[in-house]
Design a protein around this ligand. Sequence first.
Ligand SMILES: [Zn+2]
Length: 246
Amino acid sequence: MSDRSDKPKARDLPDDVRRIVDEIENEIGDDGFDGLVTGAAETTPPRGRRSKRGATPVNGGIEEAVRQILTEIGEDPTREGLAATPDRVHRMYHELTAGYHVDPERLINKAIFDVDYSEMVVVKDIPFYSLCEHHLLPFFGTAAVAYIPRGRVIGLSKIPRVVEMYARRLQVQERLTQQVAEFLQDRLNPQGVGVVVEATHLCAVMRGVRKPGTVMTTSAVLGLFRSRDRTRAEFFAHLDRPAPGA
Ligand SMILES: [Zn+2]
């Protein structure tokens, strides 16, 4: 994984990408701790704001590549409807991959708290949009994240942004699921973490004649969620579905 070492310096980011990164790192008006909820805590969807026009630097590489794609598929890149497309695609890819530039330290800033609480915390129905790294087509759906604290909790509003940080990259669903689980494991050292992601992959549903199941489910379970059936069963009960093997 080279996504840490080769990321541009913050000052190099185009304004529109910087705004998205800031939004993920530090929600406006966010004071960090927004309460601890036992059981299933519904979340509000993160604001998927798109900047319209930004100061994306022009080096022309993506634009030229998009023009080539348009030509290869038999289109005329100079016709009116396509004239601004290379520029739009350029800006769009920067926005959709802004997660590479999110600083995890800024994201969790002041939002980890020492709390004497050891019951399961569940945040579910977290919407996300990502790009499959095999086809550069979207996959999207919802994530459910749960953990059992060991004296430390994270502000609830941070969890959807952890998902967002990893979703706004080129991804495979399995890795996205694992990365969210490992992030919480690393930062909170909880007794366990469970993450379930359900998503529709446009590369699966748009291509070919086969119509495979349109929703793919992945899960990552660490600590008690892996070792204790009862914990896993409680988590899956929160998700309204039977726990595998329970
Ligand atoms: Zn794909």
